[in-house]
Design a protein around this ligand. Structure first.
Ligand code: SAM
Length: 178
């Protein structure tokens, strides 16, 4: 994470490459979804958010949900490609424009691409929007674990499970205690 692009430049890079994203990354991301979904059972009644959802590839893989999931990304061109069945919100992981305690399951798949201080702030935001007893399914590029993610998760109140290989990423299933 030490070489993280400033958020504005990162957003502009995703804005520019949105139309090529699926062709380039869908297969790589699918390996991550398989690894996560093998470790989670998604309750159809769950209130689900995909934070840094990109083009919505993960949401298209989830079982049918009773309530539309939330799809959030700071890149408008990426978000516009996400499923029209989701409730789409353009916003930043560092300051989620969402009420507290409102989701049961939050995904962040390769979306925490921030410098360490901001990444810790984004994890605190994820903890804030999860209801007590909720669950965060997190993956990071393997090169980005070095910022002390497990300590950061515990510091904001998560109980992270053991890390696991998640395609090119490292994954964690993290509980927010009831
Ligand atoms: C590698 S893509 C992953 C997209 C998606 N999670 C997937 O599985 O295909 C990273 C995404 O995170 C979004 N992102 C990165 N930093 C963000 C931030 N600070 N706030 C909101 N979205 C962000 C980018 O716009 C991009 O869509």
């Amino acid at each position: 994470m030490t070489d993280a692009l400033p958020p504005r430049l990162l957003r502009e890079a995703y804005d520019r490459s949105a139309d090529r994203y699926d062709a380039r990354f869908a297969a790589l991301q699918a390996e991550k979804y398989d690894a996560l979904l093998a470790r989670l059972s998604v309750d159809p009644r769950a209130r689900v958010a995909d934070l840094g959802c990109g083009t919505g590839l993960l949401l298209a893989r989830l079982p049918r949900l009773e309530r539309p999931p939330l799809a959030l990304d700071f890149s408008g061109p990426m978000l516009r490609r996400a499923s029209a069945g989701a409730w789409r919100v353009q916003g930043d992981l560092r300051r989620l424009p969402l009420a507290s305690d409102r989701f049961d399951l939050v995904f962040s798949v390769t979306s925490l691409l921030l410098a360490p201080g901001s990444a810790r702030g984004a994890l605190a935001e994820m903890a804030r929007v999860l209801a007590p007893g909720g669950c965060l399914a997190l993956t990071l590029l393997a090169r980005d674990r070095g910022f002390g993610v497990e300590e950061a998760l515990r510091a904001v109140g998560f109980l992270p499970g053991p890390p696991f290989s998640c395609g090119q990423d490292v994954g964690w299933i993290c509980r927010r205690p009831p």
